[in-house]
Design a protein around this ligand. Structure first.
Ligand code: NDP
Ligand code: GDR
Length: 363
């Protein structure tokens, strides 16, 4: 039997890199779309790369962009995928307030462009479609915990764009009989989580503070509550959804909630650090360099114009129908992220100690 072919948009992102590995392990031929960039942007999948001359390749990257319909059409035509995983998005909620139109173009219209490419090429009966939907759809929550039937109330340009993507996916399923599914995923993290999402920002900053590379951590709303899981568990569910007899939408969550503040405490405990909490408006005078504790301060610049205060998922449908359960606990996830970031900080310190410059990421 010939191997299955998958196309992943957003393959260079956190989820894309985990999903690509999972599908390769399952024997798929994996194609991904990467954006042209002036710097290398394939760090998360570089170890999967096979040179164009390699025999029997199973991993392929194509230049493309979710804003470019003709490109998506051409890639789709070339690849003729059995499964499409639409993970590409301008995925940062805070950034979506600054670039709302671009966010809508990539995240909402990009989904439509992909679905249209499948339809134009008459691949509806062959190609199954996974849409990366989100707990941000629930926004100002109408019910606790949130499940598939909970009403949506998006609270950011990102969430509004994802609302369009969710419904266009449902519409193409109903209108054209496409096998299209929404995975309504709650926050999921890993050591390769983008550095400006709060969990990674915390583990990275604490590790750097521990090694004297940074003096404090500034955060926004520390009372926000999230249902955080591990990406490895969540990409397994993305694949499972496309292996069913009928297309359906599923909530994926752990059912356990923590605040941002609790995440900081958990990470500090893994790194054996004492915390010194400060309010907003902390200036140099308030900084006690000898306290030996890790200073965490509030900077209102990280507040969002409209916030999602609390999210807690109920993944009963996924458990009952697909037998899915998260396997990695919150504690194990924080431990893995903190220790990876400590290793990263040690590398950074070693480089600096030997006179090498290290490129820094800016929030
Ligand atoms: P990331 O931000 O890590 O990855 C986003 C990916 O989309 C990157 O590969 C990025 O490319 C790509 N991308 C962005 N803009 C474009 C564009 N214009 N054209 C082509 N590709 C583009 O997100 P995650 O991996 O964390 O999330 C994957 C998906 O799941 C996203 O759609 C996100 O909104 C959604 N989601 C994520 C959750 C989470 O907690 N992680 C929860 C629920 C939903 P580049 O690397 O070049 O920037
Ligand atoms: P979120 O994730 O908005 O839930 O979207 P993020 O980690 O950015 O924020 C979580 C919560 O932490 C609060 N917060 C901060 N957030 C950031 N980024 N930086 C800070 O300094 C900070 N301080 C406090 C936020 O206000 C928020 O309440 C993620 C993305 O992956 C989306 O693509 C995805 O759809 C959802 O998760 C589910």
């Amino acid at each position: 039997m010939s191997r299955k072919v998958a196309l992943i948009t957003g393959i260079t992102g956190q989820d894309g890199s985990y999903l690509a590995r999972l599908l390769l392990e399952k024997g798929y031929e994996v194609h991904g779309i990467k954006r042209r960039s002036s710097l290398f942007n394939t760090g998360r999948v570089d170890d999967l790369y096979e040179g164009p001359q390699a025999p029997d390749r199973s991993f392929f990257l194509h230049y493309g962009d979710m804003t470019d319909s003709s490109n998506l059409l051409r890639v789709m035509q070339e690849v003729q995928p059995d499964e499409v995983y639409n993970l590409a998005a301008q995925s940062h909620v805070a950034v979506s307030f600054e670039s709302p139109e671009y966010t809508a173009d990539v995240t909402a219209m990009g989904t439509l462009r992909l679905l249209e490419a499948i339809r134009i090429l008459r691949l509806e009966s062959k190609t199954r479609f996974y849409q990366a939907s989100t707990s941000e759809l629930f926004g100002k929550v109408q019910e606790i915990p949130q499940k598939e039937t909970t009403p949506f109330y998006p609270r950011s340009p990102y969430a509004v764009a994802k609302l369009y993507a969710y419904w266009i996916c449902v519409n193409y399923r109903e209108a054209y009989g496409m096998f299209a599914c929404n995975g309504i995923l709650f926050n999921h993290e890993s050591p390769v989580r983008g550095e400006t999402f709060v969990t990674r920002k915390i583990t990275r900053a604490l590790a750097r503070i521990k090694l004297g590379l940074q003096d404090r951590l500034y955060l926004g709303n520390m009372n926000a509550l999230r249902d955080w899981g591990h990406t490895q568990d969540y990409v397994r569910m993305q694949w499972l959804m496309l292996q069913q007899d009928e297309p359906k939408d599923y909530v994926i969550a752990t059912g356990v909630q923590h605040s941002v503040r609790e995440f900081v405490e958990a990470a500090a405990s893994k790194l054996d650090m004492r915390l010194d909490w400060r309010g907003s408006g902390v200036d140099e005078k308030g900084y006690d360099a000898d306290s030996g504790a890790c200073i965490v301060a509030v900077d209102p610049r990280y507040y969002r114009p409209t916030e999602v205060e609390t999210l807690l998922g109920d993944a009963t449908r996924a458990k009952e129908e697909l037998g899915w359960e998260p396997e990695i606990s919150f504690d194990e996830m924080v431990e893995e992220m903190a220790s990876e970031d400590l290793r990263e900080a040690q590398r950074e310190k070693l480089c600096l100690g030997n006179g090498f410059e290290v490129p820094l990421c800016h929030e």
